[in-house]
Ligand binder design. Structure first.
Ligand code: SF4
Ligand code: SF4
Length: 297
């Protein structure tokens, strides 16, 4: 991949509807391989269970761990007249108003600030609450930014935003995002601003079902993308149909291989001279083509 020093990095989201498909293995392999020639930042956005660093045990922390905070409201009971406008404004059911009682469940609050804005008596004020943290690491020439949700917290998107914001401050030619599984808000947030999406699936009806949902999100966000099939070999008409209807490009497949599965369980990165090498190279070739078209656009 050509070096685009001075330009915005190419941002690539690696995702999968279903967990355990090999998404992180692919993200790490892409990052390690590309970092031999360009500046790469790998952003772990699977903030409920970040595990990119398990594949990179030599990574060294750089800089301070940053706390991700959101502003949650607190009520001034003397000023509140129990009008209930704040509870009606809250889309997350975090506020209960009864005559003489206004309760805010700070664990449900997403920090959107709507309640504060609608309160006619200025009875709500905001205070910071920790949702998680972001830490940067260096692994040779590869930068790794890990978002980590505070145990028990549910404000996943705030931590994803925090990790992406921290990553944007680290110079890179290529950004690889290890996205959360599923096809809901955390995935949508992780895909924001991405130039390309790679979805990882495996030959099973369950994975095919989740691929359909994740591909729909990618399509609706107008992001071009491709699919890598991991643990390939077994016939799966459901997966074939899901890929055909996805609107995404089949990029390659990683054959099921007992040694590779064992290495994956031990969090060993995919080797370019191993069974996964051709699929990783196929994704890198697609990214190079995309980069070339961006440069001529
Ligand atoms: S800040 Fe938003 S999410 Fe939190 S209580 Fe107010 S309206 Fe609800
Ligand atoms: S909007 Fe303000 S005054 Fe009305 S119930 Fe909520 S906190 Fe109280």
């Amino acid at each position: 991949m050509d070096n685009r020093t001075g330009f915005a990095p190419l941002r690539v989201a690696v995702a999968s509807g279903k967990g355990g498909t090999g998404k992180t293995s692919l993200a790490v392999a892409l990052a390690l391989s590309a970092s031999a020639s360009v500046r790469v930042r790998l952003v772990d956005l699977d903030v409920e269970a970040p595990d990119s660093l398990a594949y990179l045990p030599d990574a060294v922390a750089s800089g301070e761990r940053r706390t991700v905070e959101i502003a949650v409201p607190a009520v001034d009971r003397d000023a509140c007249d129990s009008c209930g406008l704040c509870a009606r404004a809250c889309r997350f059911g975090a506020i209960l108003v009864l005559p003489g009682v206004t309760q805010i469940d700070t664990n449900l609050c997403k920090g959107c600030g709507r309640c504060v804005r609608v309160c006619p008596r200025k009875a709500l004020t905001e205070r910071p609450v920790e949702a998680g943290s972001v830490q940067s690491y260096e692994h040779g020439s590869l930068s790794v930014i890990e978002g980590r949700l505070r145990p028990g917290d549910v404000r996943v998107t705030a931590v994803i935003d925090g990790a992406l914001s921290a990553a944007s401050g680290i110079p890179a030619d290529l950004e690889i995002r290890d996205c959360p599984p599923g096809a809901t808000c955390p995935l949508t947030r992780s895909l924001r601003g991405a130039d390309y999406a790679v979805l990882v699936a495996e030959p099973s009806a369950y994975s095919a079902h989740d691929l359909v949902a994740a591909a729909r999100v990618v399509r609706e966000m107008g992001i071009p993308g491709g699919i890598v099939v991991n643990k390939a070999g077994a016939s799966s008409p459901e997966l074939d149909a899901a890929i055909a209807g996805s609107g995404l490009v089949p990029l390659g497949s990683v054959p099921f291989d007992a040694d590779l599965a064992r290495e994956g369980a031990d969090a060993k990165p995919w080797r370019m001279d191993g069974p996964a090498g051709p699929a990783v190279r196929a994704v890198l070739d697609a990214l190079k083509a995309l980069e070339a078209s961006r440069r001529t656009a």
